[in-house]
Design a binder for this molecule. Structure first.
Ligand code: MN
Ligand code: MN
Length: 470
């Protein structure tokens, strides 16, 4: 077979230019592996709230040899432990061969997603239709949420302290719920409004019933009928909604997208795509040199506040508790530690191409995307990773044969967004963002490429198992 002689320019180009590789180049065997990995991912996507993820992950961890963390215990290399923070965030760790004083390898992702939370007094009736009022959680385009089938998820804490779990709308035999929209025939004025006002926050009311309780002495007959059904099924009265965390999310099931089944469509892929890759990398990281710490955080979508968000001290407290058994100070662990903040990035969307800088954005099937920084404007509110940290991560990925890319979120002046990276790096931990590119991010139906999810898993695992520090 005769080989075509490469021109001087071609050789120079290969030597000097950044490579833009598409995972398709890896061939069918790789594609089949990614498909297989993503069957587990699709099952995981059926957990639609942070609490459901925790309930799903704990049995998986126990089956994989993880035990609950015990304060003061000195763990041996290879042991696997977990710490459940309030059923809403979790830390998993695999003890390394090296002293914890040489630093830990952290992988952080979040398990909350944009949604419609219930207001504290949600139930009302208007003109013989009963509704739940909502208060949206995270950054949504409000107009995307009407006329989408919704399921209800969450917990209610009764006065005696008992928790009632609720999931309704996920089984095919369940009813679903919906926010309504105005018919186009009457929408002449609505369609003239800016998109942010087409549907207002106060219009995001969920239809929950229309049949009346038969009693002429009662004024809100539909509301009473629904309240009665809810009480009979769950033992909940109207005042119990105050001590609850209930939300509505799209009732769609995760599905393959495209004739080639190369993509996945689902609610909540920000950040379940990275969370799943992170969990599997943690579970599969056997006998690492450095202790691995995987954290699934809550409240990222609203700014990481509260005890279960990464702006809280619980991750640092955990590392301190772990280190204290070896008489090592927290700060000495942190200065030698590194963190991958695994959160999704926007994928270039040709339909909205003018919003991206095409030389600095992420593409589907080009692997996990390194974001050196996020934030907005003049790099405000961000972790801007050091050259050395980015250099370390790209070395690991190159050595492991992982296709990766880099990307900013989009054009500088079009907006911005953050991740948990700055809440970890503020504790003197070298941190960089690495995540899966997503189409239609923060919409009810987000799209990812299977190859990217799988490759992120390989990248995190390689980071966890890399035997040297930078
Ligand atoms: Mn995210
Ligand atoms: Mn997000």
């Amino acid at each position: 077979m005769s080989e075509k002689v490469k021109s001087e320019g071609k050789k120079l180009e290969e030597k000097l230019f950044l490579k833009h590789e598409n995972a398709s180049e890896k061939g069918k065997k790789f594609f089949d592996e990614a498909q297989g990995f993503c069957e587990g991912y699709k099952a995981f996507l059926n957990n639609k709230t942070e609490r459901e993820v925790i309930d799903y992950v704990i049995p998986l961890l126990k089956d994989s040899g993880y035990v609950e963390f015990e304060l003061g215990r000195k763990y041996s290399p290879g042991e696997k432990i977990f710490y459940n923070n309030r059923g809403k965030s979790i830390i998993m760790a695999t003890i390394g061969k090296k002293c914890i004083c040489e630093g830990v390898r952290i992988g952080a992702s979040h398990i909350d997603s944009p949604r419609l939370d219930f207001k504290p007094v949600p139930m009302f009736e208007d003109t013989e239709i009963a509704y739940f009022k909502t208060h949206y959680y995270g950054g949504i385009k409000k107009y995307q949420w009407p006329s989408v089938p919704l399921s209800l998820h969450g917990i209610v804490t009764l006065k005696d302290g008992e928790n009632v779990k609720i999931v309704i709308g996920e089984n095919d035999s369940d009813p679903v719920f919906c926010v309504t929209d105005l018919l186009p025939h009457l929408a002449r004025e609505q369609m003239k409004k800016p998109a942010a006002e087409v549907i207002t926050g106060e219009q995001l009311n969920i239809v929950i019933g229309s049949w009346q309780f038969k009693d002429d002495d009662v004024s809100q007959k539909v509301k009473l009928n629904i309240a009665n059904i809810i009480f009979e099924k769950y033992g909940i009265t109207e005042s119990d909604f105050l001590s609850a965390e209930l939300c509505a999310v799209p009732a769609f099931k995760p599905r393959d997208v495209g004739f080639d089944r190369s993509m996945i469509g689902s609610y909540g892929q920000d950040d379940s795509a990275c969370a799943y890759a992170n969990i599997m990398a943690e579970v599969d990281a056997k006998n690492p040199e450095y202790t691995t710490i995987t954290i699934l955080a809550d409240k990222e979508e609203t700014g990481s506040d509260g005890p279960t968000g990464l702006n809280s001290m619980f991750l640092m407290d955990f590392i301190e508790d772990l280190a204290s058994a070896y008489n090592v100070e927290l700060r000495h662990v942190l200065k030698n530690s590194m963190c991958l903040s695994c959160d999704v990035n926007s994928a270039y969307d040709p339909s909205f191409g003018e919003n991206y800088d095409r030389t600095n954005c992420s593409y589907l099937n080009h692997g996990p995307s390194i974001s050196k920084y996020g934030g907005a404007g003049g790099k405000y509110s961000t972790n801007d990773a050091s050259a050395e940290m980015v250099g370390f991560v790209r070395r690991i990925m190159d050595e492991s044969g992982i296709i990766w890319q880099t990307g900013e979120l989009g054009k500088i002046d079009n907006g911005g967004g953050g991740t948990v990276a700055m809440y970890v790096s503020s504790h003197n931990v070298d941190t960089v963002d690495l995540g899966v590119p997503v189409l239609s991010m923060h919409s009810p139906y987000e799209i990812t490429a299977k190859a990217d999810v799988y490759m992120l898993y390989l990248a995190i695992k390689a980071f966890y198992l890399y035997p040297e520090n930078r």
